[in-house]
Ligand binder design. Structure first.
Ligand code: BYC
Ligand code: FE
Ligand code: FE
Length: 471
């Protein structure tokens, strides 16, 4: 289905035929644009950027590439095509037709899921807003802005659901989305990782590798929802998420590549002197971003998660491909626990372990990414490995909250942990060093010294294409 860009809010949901909804969204739109100008990318409002914009939701050719001044980007509302006769695929309503209207008995739960999801989207734009000033290349700058506009669109996607299905309190929640801010002392974003500063490009690539990957898994789980509008919304968001995953993985990969080249060239691990990022620093950044992202999955033992599943609101990763009864009444699984100061495990119902089940899928996926980085390191004949820290390391939610664990999972006293902290997580000197590398490069085709060039350009364009026009 093509999308009509003559409309003020491009969409494939028939907004023109629903005057009330259209008016409500048109009232929210100026507040969104004000927010974007105030808390969106710094100093970018006059740039013309080679961006892709959704023009249809079918798999072939939904994207259109052109130069867009970012405030003129057409944030729209797109849902994946409906699956004919779609059913609820899990939980107590399994087999019933998917809900096309809001199921009244689950209103509170759905509202909460949608608000939590929606809150992360503008949060990420706020967290990344300063990065445009220090991009390592025009290619990377363009990718940053592409991610930013799409996260803005993801907010639109959730705000659409709130406006279309939740009436007045939905509209209030939509306003609150622009009132909470990443890192704000009084009104922070809901989930902790969305309040962390993201001030350098190493952090940006780790963010898109680890934190957007939480987005991928949460969106997959929500795309299984029996509430069909939520499912269709998330299915379309996932097509955009794939690019965010690419930006993160290829970004870290290119840094690893440059680091290894410098290690070989100078026959040393200490490549900071040569303007590259040592593997030890990459490891610290991994330790930080991975651990705060594990928290995003919630507690190992969660009544909320059990309810979401039983009610048919939030499924497992690729629910329909799993070979079981999709009801899970009476089945149990073991989840990690801490008992008497030791790592242990405990049995909980499979329903209450839903957060852990999703986290497990995330851990495996993250490990596959690290395996690919390690393959590059090995291809240089370098005997080193990047590792995911133990799940107990640096956690703030769930069984390991408040536990002092080393990256290898060894439990220890708080004082010892604090003494070691600077060896495991980025410290002030590390931040200062990485910051010192953040010198903007804006010559077409040129790259900052700490990162290798990508293999190819965007949408068939050359690497030295002028992806961003500064005005
Ligand atoms: N920080 O029962 P529990 C993305 C709270 S990322 C702070 O385990 P539940 C993106 C919890 O709210 C994807 N608080 O929680 C990425 C609860 O509070 P109450 C975002 C936390 O509900 C990059 C209490 O602790 N989408 O799209 O099972 C760029 C008990 O916990 C945290 C979603 O998250 C935390 N980390 O699980 C842009 C999907 N964790 O009730 C975008 C929707 C838990 O005691 N959200 N708490 O007041 C959910 O499915 C669930 O809310 C969660 C939490 C999985 C997040
Ligand atoms: Fe998103
Ligand atoms: Fe994303």
């Amino acid at each position: 289905m093509q999308v009509d860009y003559n409309e003020r809010i491009p969409n494939n949901v028939g907004l023109a035929d629903d005057r009330r909804l259209l008016r409500a969204l048109e009232r929210w739109q100026p507040a969104y644009l004000d927010w974007w100008r105030e808390l969106g990318p710094v100093g970018a409002h006059e740039h013309a950027v080679f961006l892709r914009t959704a023009i249809g939701v079918d798999t072939d050719g939904w994207a259109h590439f052109d130069f867009v001044r970012m405030p003129d980007y057409r944030w729209g509302i797109f849902l994946a095509e409906p699956a004919p006769d779609r059913r609820i695929n899990f939980g107590i309503h399994k087999g019933e037709p998917a809900w096309q209207e809001l199921p009244g008995e689950y209103r509170a739960e759905l509202r909460r899921l949608i608000v939590t999801q929606g809150d992360t989207e503008p949060a990420s734009v706020e967290q990344q807003r300063g990065l445009g000033l220090t991009a390592p290349s025009l290619y990377d700058l363009r990718n940053l802005y592409q991610v930013n506009v799409e996260e803005g669109r993801h907010l639109w996607a959730m705000v659409y659901l709130l406006h279309a299905y939740f009436g007045r309190d939905g509209r209030e929640e939509a306003e609150e989305m622009l009132a909470r801010h990443a890192g704000d002392a009084d009104k922070p974003r809901t989930l902790e990782a969305f309040n962390e500063p993201t001030d350098d490009w190493l952090s940006f690539f780790m963010y898109t590798f680890f934190q957007d990957r939480d987005g991928k898994f949460q969106l997959h789980a929500l795309s299984e929802s029996g509430f069909d509008p939520l499912s269709r919304t998330c299915r379309f968001m996932l097509t955009e998420e794939a690019h965010h995953m690419f930006v993160g993985e290829s970004g870290v990969m290119r840094i690893v590549q440059r680091t290894c080249e410098k290690m070989r060239e100078h026959d040393t691990d200490d490549v900071g002197r040569f303007g590259a990022i040592p593997l030890t620093l990459l490891q610290k950044w991994i330790n930080f971003h991975y651990s705060i992202c594990l928290d995003l999955f919630g507690s190992e033992d969660s009544t909320n998660a059990a309810n979401y599943y039983a009610m048919g609101l939030k499924g497992r990763y690729r629910e329909t491909r799993i070979d079981d009864d999709h009801v899970l009444a009476g089945s149990t699984v073991t989840v990690p626990a801490v008992e008497g100061g030791r790592l242990a495990s405990k049995e909980v119902t499979a329903l209450k372990a839903m957060n852990e089940t999703l986290r497990n899928a995330y851990v495996d996926d993250s490990q596959r990414g690290l395996d690919r980085f390690n393959k590059v390191i090995r291809s240089f004949g370098i005997d080193a490995e990047l590792r995911l820290p133990h799940r107990a390391f640096h956690r703030n939610i769930g069984a390991f909250a408040g536990v002092c664990a080393a990256p290898d999972g060894t439990l220890m006293g708080e004082a010892s942990w604090k003494r070691k902290r600077d060896e495991w997580l980025p410290n002030a000197d590390d931040h200062a060093f990485v910051q010192s590398l953040m010198i903007p490069v804006s010559e077409p085709g040129a790259m900052a010294g700490w990162i290798a060039a990508p293999k190819r350009g965007i949408h068939g364009q050359a690497l030295d294409y002028r992806y961003v026009e500064f005005h």
